[in-house]
Design a protein around this ligand. Structure first.
Ligand code: SF4
Length: 247
């Protein structure tokens, strides 16, 4: 059994969702250039990259290489670049900051307190994200409402202080994602075949078991409400733009 045979199951309105996502991406690429995709190399982000490529939309793609990613994820980064024949921008933490944090707090600091975990996420994700988004008017994510309670209100377009955030898969189901991957032979992380639905840094990601929810393998030792690194749930969203504004 692999992830495709386990999960691929399109919604009745799957084709309409693709039309909606493509229209949204097309409008955003024109209206909010320069725009870029933030890819975690998870299944949703691979679908977004494939849509950008298939429909020849002008968008950068970047990855936050935290220094803590699984070997499988790093391998996928190489495969992505050769599959689509394009370079992905890679943003890494400031080496001195990461080294100093580990020297002071140890390699397993994230398990000791929420504050230390967030400090690690700040050094390895948030600060590089700021650099990746500098000068951009828009960014594209693979967020879906179904992923967690904290993401249940994700909108297709969100206006933030300095740019807009585009979530073209907000309405997609997990079954839609995998149906798309199967149909278009999109490269994906083999960890998805091993019951890792959501993949982040290696120390903070584990496989889930039957009946556990989608993000239960992320920061599993923390309370549900704390389980975001700050990239997508930080109170920065100021308002929602109706889709008709750019589609
Ligand atoms: S997910 Fe874990 S390893 Fe990655 S930056 Fe956050 S605390 Fe550090």
């Amino acid at each position: 059994m692999n992830a495709i045979s386990l999960y691929a199951k399109p919604s009745a309105d799957f084709e309409a969702k693709i039309v909606e996502s493509v229209a949204l991406l097309r409008g955003a690429a024109q209206e909010f250039a320069p725009i870029t995709q933030a890819s975690s190399l998870g299944a949703e982000d691979m679908v977004v990259t494939d849509l950008l490529h298939r429909f020849q939309m002008q968008s950068g793609i970047f990855v936050l290489e935290t220094g803590k990613l699984h070997a499988e994820t790093l391998d996928l980064l190489e495969r992505l670049q050769s599959h689509y024949g394009r370079e992905v921008e890679i943003y890494r933490p400031v080496a001195e900051a990461a080294t100093a944090f580990v020297a002071e707090n140890g390699e397993e600091a994230m398990y000791r307190s929420l504050e230390l975990r967030k400090a690690c996420c700040h050094i390895r994700k948030m600060e590089p994200l700021e650099r990746a988004l500098a000068g951009k008017r828009g960014w594209i994510t693979g967020l879906r409402r179904e992923q967690s309670g904290a993401r249940a209100e994700v909108e297709l377009i969100e206006e933030q202080a300095e740019r807009v955030k585009i979530n073209p898969l907000a309405n997609w189901t997990w079954g839609d994602v995998w149906h798309y991957i199967a149909t278009h032979q999109v490269p994906y992380n083999p960890l998805h075949d091993q019951f890792f639905p959501s993949i982040g840094c290696a120390p903070c990601t584990r496989a889930v078991t039957l009946g556990e929810d989608f993000r239960s393998g992320r920061w599993w030792w923390e309370q549900e409400s704390a389980k975001e690194c700050g990239l997508h749930v930080d109170g920065a969203v100021s308002s929602i733009i109706p889709i008709r504004a750019i589609a």
